[in-house]
Design a protein around this ligand. Structure first.
Ligand code: SF4
Ligand code: SF4
Length: 90
């Protein structure tokens, strides 16, 4: 499962540099298919921090607790490990 950022985001930017997979982007800046005006997580790159940290770093640093598990992107641990290799090769 990847994490997602909710509309409670205050655009503080604290999460972006903490992500080991560079999966977090400022709203409407890089991936133009996203129209959000707040930070967002690219699900294809988020591994829940598996392989790097014991807990999701974005959720740890977020001051308003708006980095939450995305129930629409449920993945097994095996899938997440496959994703780690995919992201490494990007
Ligand atoms: S859970 Fe980890 S990998 Fe996923 S977006 Fe947050 S910091 Fe990045
Ligand atoms: S740390 Fe939280 S409030 Fe700050 S940009 Fe990231 S998601 Fe938004």
């Amino acid at each position: 499962m990847s994490l997602k950022i909710t509309e409670k985001c205050i655009n503080c930017g604290a999460c972006e540099p903490e992500c080991p997979n560079n999966a977090i982007y400022e709203g409407s800046k890089e991936c133009t298919d996203k129209k959000n005006d707040y930070y967002f997580i690219v699900p294809e790159k988020c591994t829940e921090c598996l392989g790097f940290y014991d807990e999701p770093q974005c959720a740890s640093v977020c001051p308003v607790d708006c980095c939450i598990l995305d129930e629409e992107n449920i993945e097994s641990e095996e899938d997440l490990f496959k994703k780690i290799n995919y992201v490494k090769n990007l």
